[in-house]
Write a protein that binds this ligand. Structure first.
Ligand code: MN
Length: 135
């Protein structure tokens, strides 16, 4: 089941890779190359998931995440950070900023797809029908 994703990323190679992987899996990716246009895309698209590069040209991706989490109209949208800074404490910094998850770069197909799939709404199941015939 495809979901709507906004990916904020200034690196063209990463953008291409993620577009290819997610598009190939049937997800819908809206792309933004900086924080300002990313925020516009989020407000416009209301995605099911935000993928956030941490190092953006105009704003730190974690600072943008904090702004999203402080906005009651956007705070419900999960943010997953993508960062090449595999430094100790990076994951903790992401979580402290309000991220729901963290993907280290270089991005691998399996981890990206399993992470995105975990934010897909569960398929509707038939509600159990109470037996009213005997009442
Ligand atoms: Mn970057």
């Amino acid at each position: 089941m495809g979901i709507k994703v906004v990916y904020i990323e200034d690196n063209p190679q990463n953008m291409r890779l993620v577009r290819k992987i997610l598009g190939g899996a049937g997800h819908y990716v809206t792309e933004a190359t900086d924080g300002a246009s990313g925020l516009e895309a989020i407000i416009r698209e209301r995605p099911a998931l935000i993928l956030m590069d941490v190092n953006l040209p105009d704003i730190d991706g974690l600072e943008l995440t904090q702004r999203i989490k402080a906005d009651p109209t956007l705070s419900h949208i999960p943010v997953v950070a993508l960062t090449a800074n595999a430094m100790y404490g990076d994951r903790e910094r992401c979580m402290a900023a309000g991220c729901s998850g963290y993907i280290p770069k270089p991005v691998t197909k399996n981890l990206l797809l399993s992470t995105v799939a975990s934010y897909a709404p569960q398929p509707a199941t038939e509600p159990a029908v109470p037996d009213r015939a005997s009442s």
